[in-house]
Design a protein around this ligand. Structure first.
Ligand code: SF4
Length: 456
């Protein structure tokens, strides 16, 4: 936990109405079973214009693809590129009728390989795989997975929210709670995880893609059998166990009875989902081949075109932590890029106040928003001057769009201010940056020392 910055006094609890008697926000219910998740072709009409989401399997982009995205954002949108919590990209402010022009640009850049599957190409991969750490280089599996996914017509029925992950054994992308993942257990083998639950089947890494896609098909079959409109595997009744049974394998808890089919049981325990080993922004990583990879954090996940142009390199990797990895640099290039990014206002230091801060769109881009959460977040965290807690997510309403998976402190706009909550603990605060800063500092202190909660 970061210490309080000079001039800030941490009190046991801050301005604001205390906790347990503050009503919880109402549970969010779906208005319909229709999956309205935006895509590159299915543009969502937001309050600030069209919103397109471009899937980027594994987060891997070439320089020309990045250039094409910048140009599309400038010519068709509001000039901003937004990183999502799944390592994808969004363009906002698209004009009516610009969908075809955007699709043509994306196709020319190789970013739209399938018209039928474009919304389901949700694949995370360990961003540093093959360059630093991990048990297995999963880079070759990214393209293999994408090709195979798009070649199976039935899988276009998956929800745009369904998430796959290729983890190289370090468990970084498992923290995003993928529906179907494989994680390396050795340099040659991988284990399947269904909704975060390891199932007792290790396979050669060469069989990993087929196993993931078979699991996705089993999910669709089970969904149909249950008469469900579930978008995510965990929404099905006994989803992981039923899918494992359809695959003919036994989950680690032995909840299914199917045959092991000659596959050895898992020898080790893959790292638990929820543990993130996200590389810190500003870090220069020495690759195995001697080159350097640089990690840059993007404030609130949003880049101007000028900021984006700093990343015009042969390759870049979008991470699910609203950061960008630029690999294969020499020492001088890494130092120059780091300086450029600092000058352009990006996060180049692990102690930056905006590190681990995320926010939904808020006002004015979203009609449901009760506050301009991005402006409030910037003012509050910049006033604090240091990171306030391990992670903070700001939302304009109770839907909490874009919230990272796992434990974070939530700030949800109420119309009269914000509801600040961490786990079961909650307090209502106003919207003045000083008040919000004080509340977040107090929350940080409580997180660091839960004994303080008794003094509330
Ligand atoms: S959390 Fe609410 S205000 Fe924010 S983008 Fe989602 S719907 Fe809009």
């Amino acid at each position: 936990m970061s210490p309080a910055p000079p001039g800030h006094q941490v009190k046991p609890h801050p301005p604001g109405r205390t906790i347990s008697n503050v009503p919880s926000p109402p549970a969010v219910r779906r208005a319909s079973s229709q999956d309205s998740c935006p895509g590159a072709l299915r543009v969502h009409q937001a309050a600030d214009g069209g919103l397109a989401r471009v899937r980027v399997p594994g987060g891997v982009l070439t320089g020309p693809q990045w250039q094409a995205l910048i140009a599309a954002a400038e010519r068709l949108g509001n000039g901003q590129l937004e990183l999502t919590s799944r390592g994808n990209l969004q363009l906002r402010g698209l004009g009516t009728g610009d969908e075809a022009a955007l699709a043509a640009r994306l196709q020319d850049a190789g970013l739209l390989p399938s018209l039928t599957h474009e919304r389901v190409r949700n694949l995370l991969a360990s961003p540093l795989t093959g360059r630093d750490g991990g048990l297995l280089d999963v880079r070759p599996l990214i393209a293999e997975f994408d090709r195979a996914l798009c070649a199976r017509p039935a899988l276009s029925e998956l929800s745009g929210r369904f998430l796959f992950a290729l983890d190289d054994g370090r468990a970084d992308v498992l923290a995003a709670e993928p529906d179907i993942a494989v994680t390396a257990t050795s340099p040659h083998s991988m284990q399947l995880l269904l909704a975060g639950r390891p199932v007792a089947a290790q396979r050669p890494s060469s069989a990993a893609v087929e196993l993931m896609l078979a699991a996705a098909e089993a999910f669709l079959a089970e969904r149909q059998a249950q008469g469900s409109a579930a978008w995510r595997l965990a929404e099905l009744i006994h989803g992981p166990a039923r899918v494992a049974a359809r695959l003919g394998i036994v989950d680690r808890a032995g909840h299914t009875t199917a045959r092991a089919a000659g596959h050895a049981p898992a020898a080790g325990h893959p790292p638990a989902a929820g543990h993130s080993t996200a590389p810190a922004p500003g870090r220069v990583i020495r690759q195995r081949d001697g080159a350097s990879a640089l990690v840059i954090g993007i404030p609130l996940g949003s880049l101007s075109a000028d900021q984006a142009r700093a990343f015009l390199r042969p390759q870049l990797i979008l991470t699910p932590w609203r950061s960008i990895v630029v690999p294969d640099l020499d020492t001088a290039e890494a130092a120059e890029l780091l300086a450029d990014c600092a000058r352009l206002g990006m996060i180049t230091d692990g102690t930056d106040a905006l590190r681990d801060v995320t926010a939904c769109t808020g006002r004015p881009g979203c009609a449901s928003a009760l506050a301009d959460v991005r402006a409030d977040a910037l003012a509050t965290h910049r006033a604090a001057g240091v990171p306030l807690s391990a992670g903070v997510h700001w939302s304009g309403c109770a839907r909490r769009c874009g919230r990272p998976a796992g434990a974070v402190t939530d700030l949800v706009a109420t119309g009269a201010g914000y509801r600040l909550s961490t786990g079961e603990r909650a307090v209502e605060v106003g919207s003045a940056p000083a008040e919000l800063t004080a509340a977040l500092l107090a929350e940080s202190a409580l997180t660091a020392d839960p004994a303080l909660a008794g003094s509330r």
